[in-house]
Design a protein around this ligand. Structure first.
Ligand SMILES: Cc1cc2nc3c(=O)[nH]c(=O)nc-3n(C[C@H](O)[C@H](O)[C@H](O)COP(=O)(O)OP(=O)(O)OC[C@H]3O[C@@H](n4cnc5c(N)ncnc54)[C@H](O)[C@@H]3O)c2cc1C
Length: 304
């Protein structure tokens, strides 16, 4: 079986940056992606904090450029899902959801993270029927309607602002009495007349027969329940790493993010991790691409 020098798993910003650096280093590599290249950035309406784009850039356009850049440096790409990794003598063996296995000397895990759900009554049943985790994908369906956004971080606030382009009113429901989002985003939300902040409140239930009709919320300070009539609920309450397929193989923190050193090396020789799947303080595009570049550099260094 043909043995690769490097397999990069995931083609979000971290995987694409790793692919650019690996391609330029002329490593015999492969980039695996289970969906379309781009990762979470594909569902981000506008990116305003990536250096080099003072007027902001659409998420789609940004990752499209990154994917074209990776392609230019010639790394082989394949569409498949990695289900497990195991060590086989002096190589690492990758099992795919498709038929065959791949042997490689090194792996960069760049599988990112996915949204957390609230876990409340009605959420699962009404997902796709008014409950959404992607404002860019579903926002236009809520033209002139009333929606709720749940969360208080950058993603929640940014997407609440985006939704005011379509919805006539956006409730921003947050469990604390102040937002976690960066100050510039907070100011934009406070200045937006279509956004109403609902402080100290948690969603207890999403109500609706065939589609979302309302949310039942509880004020944590007064312990009182109330119902907000909405047609859509957008949930941005954090993310969890896509690392289940390497559980037990590499060291992780208590939330399942992979621990690395500053070269992106994990506890297992030959396996590196980059981007949102890695345990680190800031999960952003700029840190993901930095991790990807460092990981590919480390692979090149360690293999030689
Ligand atoms: C709504 C929203 C708005 C955001 N806004 C911003 C912003 O304005 N600025 C900013 O800097 N950051 C923003 N972020 C965060 C940013 O998108 C992430 O930090 C970044 O995408 C992380 O890149 P990544 O490559 O590590 O992972 P991801 O982007 O998550 O990409 C991981 C890729 O791996 C693939 N994959 C997963 N598991 C497997 C597997 N087993 N086999 C094969 N492929 C697999 C996935 O399909 C995916 O394509 C936002 C995120 C969201 C959700």
């Amino acid at each position: 079986m043909d043995k690769k020098q490097l397999v990069i798993i995931g083609s979000g910003p971290a995987g694409l940056a790793a692919a650019i650096y690996a391609g330029r280093a002329e490593l015999h590599g492969l980039l695996l992606e289970k969906l379309s290249p781009g990762g979470q950035v594909l569902i981000t309406d506008r990116v305003e904090n990536y250096p080099g784009f003072p007027d902001g850039i659409s998420g789609f356009e940004l990752v499209d450029k990154m994917a074209a850049h990776a392609k230019k440096f010639g790394i082989e790409q394949r569409n498949d899902e990695v289900v497990s990794i195991e060590r086989r003598d002096d190589a690492l063996s990758i099992s795919l959801a498709g038929e065959d296995n791949i042997l490689t000397e090194a792996i960069i895990i760049a599988t990112g993270a996915t949204h957390r759900s609230l876990g409340v009554k009605g959420e699962k049943e009404l997902t796709g029927k008014g409950v959404s985790y992607c404002a860019t994908c579903d926002g236009p369906f809520f033209r002139d309607q009333v929606v709720a956004v749940v969360g208080g971080g950058d993603s929640a606030v940014q997407e609440a602002i985006f939704l005011t382009r379509f919805a006539k009113k956006v409730y921003l429901i947050h469990r604390r009495d102040e937002l976690r989002a960066t100050k510039v985003l907070q100011k934009k939300a406070f200045d937006n007349d279509s956004i109403e902040l609902v402080w100290d409140s948690v969603v207890e239930e999403i109500i609706g027969a065939d589609s979302v009709e309302a949310v039942r919320i509880r004020n944590k300070k007064t312990d009182q329940d109330s119902v907000l009539e909405v047609q859509g609920v957008f949930i941005f309450v954090g993310i969890q790493p896509n690392t289940g397929f390497v559980k037990g193989l590499v060291e992780m923190d208590e939330q399942g993010f992979i621990k690395t050193d500053e070269w992106m090396r994990t506890s297992e020789k030959g396996i590196y991790a980059a981007g949102d799947c890695r345990s680190k303080p800031l999960l952003q595009i700029v840190t993901a691409v930095s991790d990807g570049a460092t990981a590919a550099f480390a692979v090149e260094h360690d293999l030689s």
